[in-house]
Each structure stands twice: as C-alpha cells, then as structure tokens.
Design a protein around this ligand. Structure first.
Ligand code: 8X3
Length: 254
C-alpha cells in the first residue's frame, strides 16, 4: 500500500519508537507524538537521513493541545494515512480492592479515552480520502484474565472491541483497522511504569525469560501495513515462546 504519513503515539520509546524507525526506512513521513520533547528531538535527528519528522510534544490526555496541534500541521504532514495508537500504560498489579482510584482513572483516560479521542479526530480525514490504516496496540490482557490486570486488561478489551467495531463502521471504505495484541515485552518502559519506577520489581517480571522486543511488534506493523489493499488483518496476538495463557484458576475455601 502506498502510505505517506504516519502519526505514532508514544513515539519516544518502546513499540512506538521501534515502529517509527521501521516506517522511516520505508520513507513514510512521521508525526511523532509523546510527552518527552528531548527524546523526540533525538529520534527526529536520528531518522532525518531517511524521512521527515514532525514532533508533537504533548500529553495524549491534553485533548485541547492535541486538537490544536493537529489542526495546524505543516502541509506535508496533513494527509495522515496511518495512525498507530500505541500510547498506553498499566499501573500497578495489586488486587482490585487494594488499588488507587487515580491509577484506574489514568489507565482509562490514556488507554481508552485518548485513543478514542485521537481516532475520532483522524477518522474523518481518512474517510474523506478513502485511504488509511488504523493500528491499535492492544494487549493479550484484553483477552486473557490474570491477577492484577483488573482495569488494565479491561482497557485493552475496550481497544479490541473498538477496533472491531471500527471495522464494521468502515465497511465499504478502503480503510483498514488492526488490533495488535502483544504479550510480555521488554525493552520498553512498560513494567517500570507499571511498578512506578521500581526497577527491581520491573526486572523480576522478565527474569529467566526471553520476552518480546519492541522490534518484534514493529515488524508486525510493517507486515500488516504491507498487505495487499484487499487484505485486512483484524487482530494479531503475539506472545514470547515462554508465555502462554493459564486458563481458569481456583482458590480453596477459607
Ligand atoms: C502487556 C502484556 O502479558 O504483560 O500488555 O499483560 S502482559
């Protein structure tokens, strides 16, 4: 497919950064969105030999700024045809009754509200041009239950259902939608954020394991985008070999 401009959220690290690097190799112009301006500037400099980048340094939950930035894009970046909704986070792994409300709110705002907000902003342009691809970064936590996933898993179930429902609404157009559902992935700040900067806890998650790398997911993004125009990859679930779903669990009577 002949794509020209990709908007990638959470572009400063992990899957977002690896996706930016891959799409740059394909000469796709990039709008890099994340909070950390310095990191985006560095990435822009690194990619400058391959493609042109436009930086939007803002919190994805700052919808007013987001709307303003996207209404005032330089001309060459205006016809976005790839949206990679990658920004998202997990906060905590405590049982539901021991969590902080603010963590639940932050996950719902970032993973659901802001993903929906940005999609809502971009979608009319895609439909008008009858061209484009929305790639959502979901999670296996949207399908499989596990202890401590409570609201995080639920937000990713939202992303999966939203992706499928978009497909239904976009039927009859050439626009494609995919939900990528990765399992355990290192080389991102996922666990560090989940455990609020506790490196020991974050490292324990991956001890004696070979988790996915951000580049594994970026490769999938490229494969999905480069399918012939009549092909839509609806969802793709990817785990490291050392991860599988465990099925129902039980507890003895107390
Ligand atoms: C994160 C994947 O396996 O840590 O989205 O829940 S997992």
């Amino acid at each position: 497919m002949n794509y020209q401009v990709a908007l990638i959220t959470g572009a400063s690290s992990g899957i977002g950064k690896a996706t930016a690097e891959n799409l740059a190799k394909q000469g796709i112009k990039l709008i890099l969105l994340a909070r950390r301006a310095e990191r985006l500037e560095t990435l822009k400099t690194t990619l400058s030999a391959q493609t042109q980048c436009h930086i939007i340094a803002c919190d994805i939950n700052d919808h007013a700024t987001l709307e303003n930035e996207l209404s005032n894009l330089p001309v060459i970046f205006q016809n976005i045809d790839i949206l990679v909704n990658n920004a998202g986070l997990a906060l905590g792994m405590s049982p539901a009754h021991e969590t902080d409300w603010i963590d639940w709110q932050t996950m719902i705002n970032t993973n659901c509200m802001s993903l929906a907000f940005l999609t809502h902003l971009i979608l009319p342009g895609l439909v008008k041009r009858n061209h484009g691809h929305i790639i959502n970064i979901g999670s296996i936590a949207g399908t499989y239950h596990y202890k401590g996933a409570n609201v995080y898993g639920a937000t990713k179930a939202f992303v999966e259902q939203f992706s499928g429902n978009l497909r239904s609404d976009l039927l009859g157009t050439a626009i494609r939608v995919t939900n990528i559902e990765p399992g355990m992935l290192n080389e991102s700040e996922f666990s560090l954020v989940r455990f609020k900067g506790n490196e020991t806890k974050a490292d324990q998650v991956y001890a004696d394991l070979e988790p996915l790398k951000s580049s594994d997911i970026a490769e999938s993004v490229s494969w999905i985008l480069n399918q012939p125009g009549h092909v839509n990859i609806n969802r793709i679930e990817i785990m490291p070999v050392q991860q599988a779903s465990g099925g129902p669990i039980t507890a003895k009577k107390v």
